[in-house]
Each structure stands twice: as structure tokens, then as C-alpha cells.
Design a protein around this ligand. Structure first.
Ligand SMILES: Nc1nc2c(ncn2[C@@H]2O[C@H](COP(=O)(O)OP(=O)(O)O)[C@@H](O)[C@H]2O)c(=O)[nH]1
Ligand SMILES: [Mg+2]
Ligand SMILES: [Zn+2]
Length: 316
């Protein structure tokens, strides 16, 4: 999307992707069109230069990845909910093992957003040439979270296989190697490496997400899939996620709550919350409980998510 003009790929398009430029039709009302939407077009759909079609319909979305500007739903920013991508199948959380170091707070937020959207998470650990993954993987042991290690020279076959026939959204902090990875997967994408996107703009503007078709693998019949790069998404505010749904991002903690009193807020000051005993019994990592409770607290506006402590390797 660029200045109200949407680039639409026609169905059953081959690798050459005939595209049509379109604008929203008035009959869409206030519904917004986002990356990944399947739309109905009318008008000039020839795709020839200067042709402009109109988007008259948005098909029902299979999944909706959302974020809020902040965590606290009692503020205007917290109520400003945005759909990041529609119809995604997978959330690829890109985190460097060093330079910058992994932030479990960010990864945990992404996991909540993924489970909330019913999208499968995949942890992509880049810069595996710089540091070892044991510490970060240890933190997620109970989750059976799928992960891949990426170094500059490692083949990307395993990643390509996991991307095949799906729409995958890439998220990650700036500097983790997202653009480098996108360029290795889609050389034509020519994403700028080593630059930070959307700096110095108003806080309501962000570089919009862009969908890139993966090149077909030699001899493969399957649709190679799409990746969606999200340069403007720095984090996932979670004001739109209910306290209950927040727990879905912590499948390693969910079972414990069967023993909580009715309507347990699961906060640290709730003496009868079963989560403390669960962690004390070694059934989940205490840092994960700390992370869950920090997210609970930030939704209530008690802490600023941007200054959230990094629990890497430190007991709570
Ligand atoms: N050592 C090492 N450096 C990397 C790797 N991937 C990316 N980089 C470097 O990290 C910096 C940031 O990369 P970039 O792709 O722009 O990150 P982005 O901000 O997430 O898009 C650049 O200087 C890259 O060359 C890697 O696997 N290993
Ligand atoms: Mg980049
Ligand atoms: Zn509880």
C-alpha cells in the first residue's frame, strides 16, 4: 500500500505475478484493507500502466494479527488497535543471539499475539555465528517452540521448508538481521540492510508491511509461500488481548490455573494463585511466570512496556 493505492496480485498468478493497482471503493465504508487481505476488484483490472481498479469487497479473514499502540486499554493510544496482517499462517519471530541480545520480553509478547491470532509461532535465532543459543532455548524448553538457528553462511533449506505454501509474517527488533534474511530468501526484494525504518516520523505513522512472494524451489510444484516484512512494527501492544487470552501465550503455565480459585487474577499478590506453587515445583520456569505477570501488570498500566526489564538469565 502506498498513498491509498494498493497493489493486488491476481489469483492463480504464476511467479511473474501480474499485479493490479487499486484503490478502496466507497462501498467498503470504514473497513480498512490490510496486507494479506483477499479482495474483490472491479473496474480496470488489466494491470496495464495507469490502470486503476477499485476494491469493493474484503473476503472473510482466516486470521487477523493485531497490535495496539500500547498495552493499557484505558488510554487513547491503548485503544488504537491496528490489524497488522490478515490471513497469515505463521509468525516468524526474528531474534539475534547477540548484537542486539535476545529480549525474552519481546518474544513473549509476540507469542501472545501469535496465539491470540491463532497463528503458529516460529523462533528464528539469527547471528548464531556470534553466540550460543542454550540460554534462550532453555527459557522456552517447556513450550516446544519450533526454532531455527541462522548464521550468515548456513543454508536456509529448513526455513524455506517451513515457509512453503504459507503466509509468514516476520517480526523483530531493528538490527536483528531481518532485512538480511529477507534478502537471502527473496534476492529481488533488495531490502536495505543496516538501516532503521520509520525513524523520525510521527508516532502514528509506520512503514507499512509488505508481502513478498518467495521464489519457487527448483522442481517443486508447491506454492513457495509469502513472507510479510513489517519494518514499522517494533512491538506488540496487547491492550486488545483479554487477561484470559494473555495466558494462551504461556502454554507452559496454563495447566496450573486449573487449581486457582475462581476468577483468580494470577497476580503476585494473590496468595492462593496456583502459579506460584507450579513454578516452585519446577513445572515451569520462574522467569516465564515473571514475564506473564509483567505483561498482566503492563496491561493494567502499571509499568511502561518500553522499559520492561530484560529477564534474560536473571531470576526474578
Ligand atoms: N554476524 C552476523 N551479522 C549479521 C547477521 N545477519 C545480519 N547481520 C548484520 O546485522 C546488521 C543488521 O542487519 P539488518 O538485516 O539490517 O537487520 P534488521 O534491522 O533486522 O533489518 C547488519 O550489519 C548485518 O550485516 C548474522 O547472521 N551474523
Ligand atoms: Mg531492516
Ligand atoms: Zn491464579
Amino acid at each position: 500500500m502506498d498513498r491509498g493505492r494498493y497493489t493486488c496480485v491476481l489469483p492463480a498468478a504464476g511467479p511473474d505475478d501480474p499485479t493490479v493497482t487499486a484503490m478502496r471503493a466507497r462501498e467498503l465504508g470504514r473497513k480498512s484493507v490490510v496486507v494479506g487481505d483477499r479482495v474483490g476488484l472491479v473496474g480496470d483490472t488489466s494491470g496495464s500502466s495507469g490502470a486503476l481498479a477499485r476494491i469493493v469487497r474484503i473476503e472473510p479473514r482466516r486470521s487477523v494479527l493485531r497490535r495496539t499502540a500500547e498495552d493499557d486499554a484505558s488510554t487513547a493510544e491503548g485503544r488504537l488497535e491496528r490489524v497488522v496482517v490478515a490471513n497469515a499462517d505463521q509468525l516468524v519471530i526474528v531474534s539475534a543471539l547477540a548484537d542486539p541480545p535476545p529480549r525474552t520480553g519481546f518474544i513473549d509478547r509476540c507469542l501472545v499475539a501469535a496465539y491470540d491470532a491463532d497463528i503458529e509461532p516460529l523462533l528464528c535465532l539469527t547471528k548464531a555465528d556470534l553466540a550460543r543459543p542454550e540460554q534462550i532455548l532453555g527459557y522456552y524448553t517447556e513450550l516446544e517452540l519450533p526454532y531455527l538457528l541462522i548464521r550468515p553462511d548456513s543454508p536456509l533449506d529448513a526455513l524455506r521448508n517451513l515457509l512453503t505454501s504459507r503466509v509468514s509474517v516476520l517480526v523483530g527488533h531493528s538490527g536483528v538481521g531481518k532485512s538480511t534474511l529477507v534478502n537471502r530468501l527473496v534476492p529481488e526484494a533488495e531490502r536495505a540492510v543496516g538501516t532503521v525504518s520509520a525513524i523520525g516520523r510521527g508516532r502514528h505513522t509506520s512503514t507499512s508491511a509488505v508481502a513478498l512472494r518467495l521464489p519457487a524451489l527448483p522442481g517443486a510444484e508447491q506454492d513457495p509461500g509469502w513472507i510479510v516484512d513489517t519494518p514499522g512494527v517494533r512491538s506488540f501492544g496487547l491492550a486488545h488481548v483479554s487477561a484470559k487470552s494473555l495466558l494462551h501465550g504461556f502454554p507452559d503455565l496454563v495447566d496450573a490455573t486449573a487449581d486457582c480459585p475462581a476468577n483468580c487474577p494470577h497476580t503476585a499478590d494473590e496468595a492462593d494463585c496456583a502459579l506460584d506453587g507450579w513454578v516452585a515445583a519446577g513445572r515451569a520456569d520462574p522467569r516465564r511466570l515473571g514475564s506473564y505477570r509483567r505483561l498482566l501488570a503492563s496491561r493494567a498500566g502499571e509499568t511502561d512496556p518500553r522499559t520492561e526489564p530484560d529477564p534474560r538469565g536473571h531470576p526474578e
